[in-house]
Design a protein around this ligand. Sequence first.
Ligand code: GLN
Length: 304
Amino acid sequence: MPSSPTEKTEPWTIQRLLNWTKGHLAAKGVGEPRLATEVLLAQALGCRRIDLYARFDRVPEPGQLDVFRDLVKRAAGHTPISYLVGRKEFYSLEFEVSPAVLIPRPETELLVQQAIETVRGWDRPDCHLLDLCTGSGCIAIALLKNLPTVRALATDVSADALAIAARNAAAHGVDERLTLVEADRLVLPGDAVPAQGFDLIACNPPYVAVGEMATLDANVRDHEPHLALTDGSDGLSFYRLLAEESAALLQPEGALLLEVADGGAEAVREIFAAHPTWRHTGTWRDAVAGHERVLRYALVGAPG
Ligand code: GLN
Protein backbone atom coordinates (compact mmCIF):
# COMPACT_ATOMS: atom_id res chain seq x y z
CA MET A 1 0.00 0.00 0.00
CA PRO A 2 1.23 3.52 -0.65
CA SER A 3 2.73 5.67 2.03
CA SER A 4 0.28 8.35 2.83
CA PRO A 5 0.53 11.25 5.26
CA THR A 6 -1.97 9.55 7.52
CA GLU A 7 -0.35 6.13 7.38
CA LYS A 8 1.47 6.38 10.68
CA THR A 9 -1.63 7.32 12.56
CA GLU A 10 -4.18 5.36 10.58
CA PRO A 11 -3.55 1.62 10.50
CA TRP A 12 -4.27 -0.49 7.41
CA THR A 13 -7.37 -2.24 8.62
CA ILE A 14 -9.19 -4.71 6.41
CA GLN A 15 -11.80 -2.09 5.65
CA ARG A 16 -9.21 0.47 4.62
CA LEU A 17 -7.34 -2.08 2.52
CA LEU A 18 -10.54 -3.04 0.72
CA ASN A 19 -11.47 0.54 -0.07
CA TRP A 20 -8.05 1.66 -1.19
CA THR A 21 -7.36 -1.44 -3.30
CA LYS A 22 -10.76 -1.36 -4.98
CA GLY A 23 -10.06 2.17 -6.20
CA HIS A 24 -6.55 1.22 -7.27
CA LEU A 25 -7.66 -1.81 -9.31
CA ALA A 26 -10.54 0.17 -10.83
CA ALA A 27 -8.08 2.86 -11.92
CA LYS A 28 -5.96 0.16 -13.56
CA GLY A 29 -8.97 -1.07 -15.54
CA VAL A 30 -9.36 -4.38 -13.70
CA GLY A 31 -12.90 -5.76 -14.08
CA GLU A 32 -15.08 -6.17 -10.96
CA PRO A 33 -12.49 -4.44 -8.73
CA ARG A 34 -14.40 -4.87 -5.46
CA LEU A 35 -14.79 -8.61 -5.98
CA ALA A 36 -11.18 -8.94 -7.11
CA THR A 37 -10.01 -7.08 -4.00
CA GLU A 38 -12.03 -9.27 -1.65
CA VAL A 39 -10.85 -12.48 -3.31
CA LEU A 40 -7.19 -11.41 -3.10
CA LEU A 41 -7.41 -10.19 0.49
CA ALA A 42 -9.13 -13.39 1.58
CA GLN A 43 -6.37 -15.33 -0.17
CA ALA A 44 -3.62 -13.33 1.58
CA LEU A 45 -5.30 -13.77 4.97
CA GLY A 46 -6.17 -17.42 4.43
CA CYS A 47 -9.85 -16.84 5.16
CA ARG A 48 -13.11 -16.89 3.24
CA ARG A 49 -14.40 -13.77 1.50
CA ILE A 50 -17.38 -13.44 3.83
CA ASP A 51 -15.08 -13.58 6.87
CA LEU A 52 -13.60 -10.24 5.83
CA TYR A 53 -16.84 -8.54 6.80
CA ALA A 54 -16.65 -9.79 10.36
CA ARG A 55 -13.08 -8.52 10.65
CA PHE A 56 -13.31 -5.04 9.17
CA ASP A 57 -11.28 -3.42 11.96
CA ARG A 58 -8.57 -6.03 12.12
CA VAL A 59 -5.06 -5.13 10.96
CA PRO A 60 -3.37 -7.99 9.05
CA GLU A 61 0.10 -9.24 10.01
CA PRO A 62 3.02 -7.66 8.10
CA GLY A 63 3.64 -10.98 6.29
CA GLN A 64 0.02 -11.13 5.15
CA LEU A 65 0.24 -7.56 3.95
CA ASP A 66 3.32 -8.43 1.90
CA VAL A 67 1.44 -11.29 0.25
CA PHE A 68 -1.54 -9.04 -0.42
CA ARG A 69 0.65 -6.26 -1.84
CA ASP A 70 2.24 -8.71 -4.27
CA LEU A 71 -1.13 -10.10 -5.39
CA VAL A 72 -2.52 -6.60 -5.94
CA LYS A 73 0.51 -5.63 -7.98
CA ARG A 74 0.05 -8.61 -10.26
CA ALA A 75 -3.71 -8.05 -10.54
CA ALA A 76 -3.05 -4.41 -11.47
CA GLY A 77 -0.81 -5.78 -14.25
CA HIS A 78 -3.83 -7.76 -15.52
CA THR A 79 -2.87 -11.22 -14.32
CA PRO A 80 -6.29 -12.93 -14.04
CA ILE A 81 -7.52 -13.21 -10.45
CA SER A 82 -8.21 -16.92 -11.01
CA TYR A 83 -4.53 -17.53 -11.74
CA LEU A 84 -3.49 -15.49 -8.69
CA VAL A 85 -5.60 -17.62 -6.38
CA GLY A 86 -5.16 -20.82 -8.43
CA ARG A 87 -8.83 -21.70 -8.70
CA LYS A 88 -12.09 -20.89 -10.43
CA GLU A 89 -15.68 -21.92 -9.82
CA PHE A 90 -17.46 -23.59 -12.72
CA TYR A 91 -20.85 -25.32 -12.65
CA SER A 92 -20.85 -24.83 -8.84
CA LEU A 93 -17.62 -26.81 -8.53
CA GLU A 94 -14.18 -25.47 -7.72
CA PHE A 95 -11.40 -26.15 -10.22
CA GLU A 96 -7.68 -25.73 -9.85
CA VAL A 97 -6.31 -23.52 -12.63
CA SER A 98 -2.90 -22.28 -13.67
CA PRO A 99 -1.60 -20.43 -16.74
CA ALA A 100 -1.34 -23.89 -18.37
CA VAL A 101 -5.12 -23.97 -18.77
CA LEU A 102 -7.86 -21.67 -19.97
CA ILE A 103 -9.91 -20.28 -17.08
CA PRO A 104 -13.35 -21.94 -17.25
CA ARG A 105 -15.94 -19.46 -18.57
CA PRO A 106 -19.54 -19.13 -17.40
CA GLU A 107 -20.62 -19.43 -21.06
CA THR A 108 -19.26 -22.98 -21.11
CA GLU A 109 -21.70 -24.00 -18.36
CA LEU A 110 -24.32 -24.03 -21.13
CA LEU A 111 -22.41 -26.77 -22.94
CA VAL A 112 -22.34 -28.83 -19.74
CA GLN A 113 -26.03 -28.22 -19.09
CA GLN A 114 -27.02 -29.30 -22.61
CA ALA A 115 -24.77 -32.36 -22.46
CA ILE A 116 -26.35 -33.40 -19.14
CA GLU A 117 -29.86 -32.98 -20.57
CA THR A 118 -28.93 -34.93 -23.69
CA VAL A 119 -27.52 -37.85 -21.69
CA ARG A 120 -30.42 -37.86 -19.19
CA GLY A 121 -32.86 -37.90 -22.11
CA TRP A 122 -31.35 -41.18 -23.33
CA ASP A 123 -31.29 -43.12 -20.10
CA ARG A 124 -28.65 -45.51 -21.51
CA PRO A 125 -27.04 -47.93 -19.06
CA ASP A 126 -23.47 -47.70 -20.27
CA CYS A 127 -22.69 -44.22 -21.55
CA HIS A 128 -19.28 -43.05 -22.77
CA LEU A 129 -18.38 -39.40 -23.27
CA LEU A 130 -15.45 -37.79 -25.03
CA ASP A 131 -14.27 -34.28 -24.10
CA LEU A 132 -11.78 -32.92 -26.62
CA CYS A 133 -9.48 -30.01 -25.63
CA THR A 134 -10.30 -30.59 -21.97
CA GLY A 135 -7.84 -28.08 -20.44
CA SER A 136 -8.59 -27.96 -16.69
CA GLY A 137 -11.01 -30.87 -17.23
CA CYS A 138 -13.93 -28.68 -16.20
CA ILE A 139 -16.40 -29.98 -18.82
CA ALA A 140 -15.69 -33.68 -18.36
CA ILE A 141 -15.54 -33.43 -14.57
CA ALA A 142 -18.75 -31.39 -14.27
CA LEU A 143 -20.46 -34.00 -16.48
CA LEU A 144 -19.19 -36.94 -14.45
CA LYS A 145 -20.21 -35.26 -11.18
CA ASN A 146 -23.75 -34.86 -12.48
CA LEU A 147 -24.03 -38.16 -14.35
CA PRO A 148 -22.90 -40.74 -11.79
CA THR A 149 -22.92 -43.81 -14.06
CA VAL A 150 -21.17 -42.48 -17.17
CA ARG A 151 -17.49 -42.77 -18.03
CA ALA A 152 -15.42 -40.26 -19.97
CA LEU A 153 -12.27 -39.89 -21.98
CA ALA A 154 -10.77 -36.40 -22.01
CA THR A 155 -7.91 -35.32 -24.23
CA ASP A 156 -5.63 -32.36 -24.55
CA VAL A 157 -2.48 -31.65 -26.49
CA SER A 158 -0.85 -30.14 -23.36
CA ALA A 159 0.66 -32.48 -20.76
CA ASP A 160 0.69 -29.59 -18.27
CA ALA A 161 -3.05 -29.11 -18.73
CA LEU A 162 -3.68 -32.83 -18.26
CA ALA A 163 -1.76 -32.80 -14.97
CA ILE A 164 -4.18 -30.15 -13.70
CA ALA A 165 -7.19 -32.02 -15.09
CA ALA A 166 -5.99 -35.14 -13.24
CA ARG A 167 -5.80 -33.26 -9.93
CA ASN A 168 -9.24 -31.75 -10.51
CA ALA A 169 -10.71 -35.19 -11.28
CA ALA A 170 -9.21 -36.63 -8.10
CA ALA A 171 -10.39 -33.66 -6.02
CA HIS A 172 -13.95 -34.24 -7.26
CA GLY A 173 -13.78 -38.00 -6.82
CA VAL A 174 -14.40 -38.85 -10.48
CA ASP A 175 -10.90 -40.01 -11.41
CA GLU A 176 -11.95 -43.67 -11.59
CA ARG A 177 -14.45 -42.84 -14.33
CA LEU A 178 -12.21 -40.45 -16.26
CA THR A 179 -9.37 -41.41 -18.59
CA LEU A 180 -7.04 -38.59 -19.54
CA VAL A 181 -5.00 -38.93 -22.70
CA GLU A 182 -2.47 -36.59 -24.27
CA ALA A 183 -3.63 -36.37 -27.85
CA ASP A 184 -3.52 -33.86 -30.67
CA ARG A 185 -6.84 -33.08 -32.34
CA LEU A 186 -8.67 -36.34 -33.11
CA VAL A 187 -5.71 -38.69 -33.02
CA LEU A 188 -6.81 -41.03 -30.22
CA PRO A 189 -5.16 -44.28 -29.17
CA GLY A 190 -7.34 -47.14 -30.51
CA ASP A 191 -7.82 -48.73 -27.08
CA ALA A 192 -9.23 -45.46 -25.70
CA VAL A 193 -12.27 -45.58 -28.00
CA PRO A 194 -15.19 -47.79 -26.88
CA ALA A 195 -16.05 -50.55 -29.40
CA GLN A 196 -19.51 -49.10 -30.10
CA GLY A 197 -18.19 -45.51 -30.27
CA PHE A 198 -18.84 -42.63 -27.89
CA ASP A 199 -22.38 -41.67 -26.96
CA LEU A 200 -21.50 -38.01 -26.75
CA ILE A 201 -18.59 -35.87 -27.88
CA ALA A 202 -18.22 -32.43 -26.29
CA CYS A 203 -15.70 -29.87 -27.43
CA ASN A 204 -14.84 -26.29 -26.57
CA PRO A 205 -12.01 -25.87 -29.08
CA PRO A 206 -9.60 -22.96 -29.49
CA TYR A 207 -11.87 -20.81 -31.62
CA VAL A 208 -10.40 -17.33 -31.60
CA ALA A 209 -9.15 -16.39 -35.08
CA VAL A 210 -5.45 -15.58 -34.97
CA GLY A 211 -6.19 -12.16 -36.44
CA GLU A 212 -8.47 -11.38 -33.49
CA MET A 213 -6.00 -12.27 -30.76
CA ALA A 214 -4.77 -8.68 -30.57
CA THR A 215 -8.31 -7.50 -29.80
CA LEU A 216 -8.76 -9.71 -26.71
CA ASP A 217 -8.62 -8.16 -23.24
CA ALA A 218 -5.08 -7.94 -21.88
CA ASN A 219 -5.83 -10.35 -19.05
CA VAL A 220 -6.83 -13.00 -21.62
CA ARG A 221 -4.32 -12.20 -24.39
CA ASP A 222 -1.26 -11.77 -22.20
CA HIS A 223 -1.90 -14.51 -19.64
CA GLU A 224 -4.09 -17.35 -20.91
CA PRO A 225 -2.53 -20.11 -23.05
CA HIS A 226 -2.67 -19.20 -26.73
CA LEU A 227 -2.84 -22.89 -27.55
CA ALA A 228 -6.23 -22.96 -25.82
CA LEU A 229 -7.50 -19.75 -27.41
CA THR A 230 -6.59 -19.88 -31.09
CA ASP A 231 -6.05 -22.51 -33.76
CA GLY A 232 -3.49 -20.17 -35.36
CA SER A 233 -5.85 -19.80 -38.31
CA ASP A 234 -9.42 -18.57 -38.80
CA GLY A 235 -10.76 -20.11 -35.56
CA LEU A 236 -12.74 -22.73 -37.46
CA SER A 237 -10.20 -25.49 -38.07
CA PHE A 238 -11.38 -27.69 -35.18
CA TYR A 239 -14.95 -27.52 -36.44
CA ARG A 240 -13.84 -28.57 -39.93
CA LEU A 241 -11.90 -31.46 -38.45
CA LEU A 242 -14.84 -32.53 -36.27
CA ALA A 243 -17.24 -32.31 -39.22
CA GLU A 244 -14.91 -34.48 -41.30
CA GLU A 245 -13.67 -37.02 -38.80
CA SER A 246 -15.59 -37.24 -35.53
CA ALA A 247 -18.56 -39.23 -36.94
CA ALA A 248 -16.27 -42.27 -36.95
CA LEU A 249 -15.85 -41.95 -33.17
CA LEU A 250 -19.56 -41.61 -32.42
CA GLN A 251 -22.05 -44.41 -31.97
CA PRO A 252 -24.95 -44.23 -34.47
CA GLU A 253 -27.34 -42.57 -32.00
CA GLY A 254 -24.72 -40.33 -30.45
CA ALA A 255 -24.52 -36.55 -30.21
CA LEU A 256 -21.85 -33.93 -30.82
CA LEU A 257 -22.01 -30.76 -28.69
CA LEU A 258 -19.87 -27.76 -29.57
CA GLU A 259 -19.13 -24.41 -28.02
CA VAL A 260 -18.71 -21.65 -30.59
CA ALA A 261 -17.30 -18.13 -30.57
CA ASP A 262 -19.35 -14.92 -30.24
CA GLY A 263 -20.96 -14.56 -33.64
CA GLY A 264 -19.40 -17.84 -34.81
CA ALA A 265 -22.45 -20.12 -34.86
CA GLU A 266 -23.46 -19.51 -38.47
CA ALA A 267 -20.00 -20.29 -39.85
CA VAL A 268 -19.94 -23.56 -37.89
CA ARG A 269 -23.45 -24.49 -39.08
CA GLU A 270 -22.29 -23.91 -42.67
CA ILE A 271 -19.31 -26.21 -42.18
CA PHE A 272 -21.52 -29.02 -40.86
CA ALA A 273 -24.23 -28.41 -43.48
CA ALA A 274 -21.65 -29.28 -46.14
CA HIS A 275 -21.29 -32.78 -44.65
CA PRO A 276 -24.24 -35.08 -45.35
CA THR A 277 -23.31 -37.16 -42.29
CA TRP A 278 -24.63 -34.56 -39.86
CA ARG A 279 -28.03 -33.31 -38.78
CA HIS A 280 -28.24 -30.08 -36.73
CA THR A 281 -30.41 -30.76 -33.67
CA GLY A 282 -30.09 -27.57 -31.65
CA THR A 283 -28.57 -24.17 -31.04
CA TRP A 284 -28.65 -22.54 -27.61
CA ARG A 285 -27.88 -18.98 -26.52
CA ASP A 286 -25.83 -18.30 -23.40
CA ALA A 287 -27.19 -16.29 -20.50
CA VAL A 288 -24.08 -14.10 -20.30
CA ALA A 289 -24.59 -11.92 -23.39
CA GLY A 290 -27.24 -13.88 -25.28
CA HIS A 291 -24.86 -15.16 -27.99
CA GLU A 292 -25.57 -18.38 -29.87
CA ARG A 293 -23.06 -20.47 -27.95
CA VAL A 294 -23.76 -24.19 -28.14
CA LEU A 295 -24.63 -26.31 -31.19
CA ARG A 296 -25.72 -29.93 -31.19
CA TYR A 297 -25.47 -32.47 -34.01
CA ALA A 298 -26.64 -36.02 -34.55
CA LEU A 299 -25.77 -38.48 -37.27
CA VAL A 300 -28.14 -38.63 -40.21
CA GLY A 301 -30.32 -41.72 -39.95
CA ALA A 302 -30.40 -41.70 -36.14
CA PRO A 303 -33.86 -41.35 -34.57
CA GLY A 304 -34.91 -38.25 -32.66
N1 GLN B 1 -14.28 -18.07 -24.64
C1 GLN B 1 -12.89 -17.79 -24.64
C2 GLN B 1 -12.67 -16.29 -24.68
O1 GLN B 1 -13.61 -15.58 -24.51
C3 GLN B 1 -12.21 -18.49 -25.78
C4 GLN B 1 -12.30 -19.94 -25.53
C5 GLN B 1 -12.00 -20.77 -26.67
O2 GLN B 1 -11.26 -20.41 -27.59
N2 GLN B 1 -12.57 -21.92 -26.66
O3 GLN B 1 -11.59 -15.80 -24.83
